[in-house]
Ligand binder design. Sequence first.
Ligand code: AQP
Length: 336
Amino acid sequence: MQTDKKTLFSAAQPSGLVTLGNYLGAIKNWVALQDEYNCIYSIADLHCLTVRREPKELRAKSLELLALYIACGVDPEKSCLFLQSHVPAHAELTWILNTLTYPGELSRMTQFKDKSLKHADNVNMGLMDYPVLMAADILLYGAEVVPIGVDQKQHLEITRDLAIRFNNRYSETFVVPEPIIPKVGAKIMSLQDPAHKMSKSDPNENSYIAILDDEDTVIRKFKRAVTDSDNSIAFSDDKPGISNLLTIYSAITGETIAAAEERFAGKGYGEFKIAVGEVVASALAPIRKRTAELLSDKAYLDEIMKKGAEQASYFANKTLSKVYRKVGLYSPERKK
Ligand code: AQP
C-alpha cells in the first residue's frame, strides 16, 4: 500500500448472494478508485453475525465474496483485501466507541428499524450496535473517503459524529471521513417492489439479480420485473419500476439516462426489459466465470486474505494503541 495517497475504506457483508445493487452501488466503483486512493476493502463477516446464519454457509460466503471482489476487478496487488474477523482491532475499537454512543442514536437508525421488523425473533444488541462496528472499521484506517450506496449514508453520519465526539473529548485522533456516493446506481431498487431497495436477504429471489446468476436467470428476472401502468420509457418519480430499470441500464452501460430514454423511445416495455437483461447478463458473465476459477484455487485466496490481514493489522493496531493511550488504558511498555 502506498501512503502518499488518501486512504479509502469500504466493505460488504458475506450475507448471501451479492446483488446487482451491491455491485452498482459499491463494488464497481471500488475498482475505478483503486489508482487514485490507497484502498482497503474488507469482508464484513462480524457484521453478518447480527442476523442468524448457518456457520458453514457464512464461512463459504466469506471466501466467495473475496473471489467475487477480485473477479469484479479489485486488484490484490493494489488494494488491501481482508476479513474483518482477522483483525481483532475492529471489535476492540467498537468497545471504546460504544462508551461514547447513546442508545437513542442507534435505535433510530433506519436499518436497525427495518431489520428489527424483518428479524423480530432476534433483535439482538449486535443488530443495534452495527453502526458502531462500522465506525470502528472506517476510523481504524484513518480513511478520508468511504464509497457507499445511499442506504449506508446514515451510518456514515454516525461514524463522523463519533470521530468528532472522540476528538473533542480526547484530542485530535480520528480522521472525519466523507462518503463517496455514485451519481447513478446509488440505490438500486427491488425488481418486484421498486419502493424498496434491492437486497440480498430478500426472500423473493425474483426481486434481486445476484452477480452470480446465469444469463437465462438474469433475463428471466428482468422479464418478470414490475413496471408501471402506461407504456412510456421515461424516468420519473411516478414511474419507479421503469426508472429503476433505466438507472440499471445507465449504470451498466455508462450511457446517460437521457440517452437511454431516447434509445428506447417508442419501444414496448417487453423489449426494453429484455434489453436491460441482456446488457446486465453480458456484464456479469465474465465476473461469474472468473469467480468460479478463483474459487477453485483456495490456497491462492487464503494467501491473499492472510497478506491483507497482516497489512490491515499494522495500521489498525497503530490506531488502537493511540486510542488506548488517549482514553487512559495502562500499558507496561509505555513510559507514561
Ligand atoms: N440496492 C442497493 N443499491 C445500491 N447500493 C447498495 N448497497 C446495498 N444495497 C444496495 C451497497 O452495497 C454495499 C455493501 O452492502 P452490505 O453488504 O454491507 O449490506 P447492505 O447494505 O445491508 O446490503 P443488502 O444487500 O441489503 O444486504 P442484507 O440484505 O444482508 O442486509 C454498501 O455500500 C451498500 O450501501
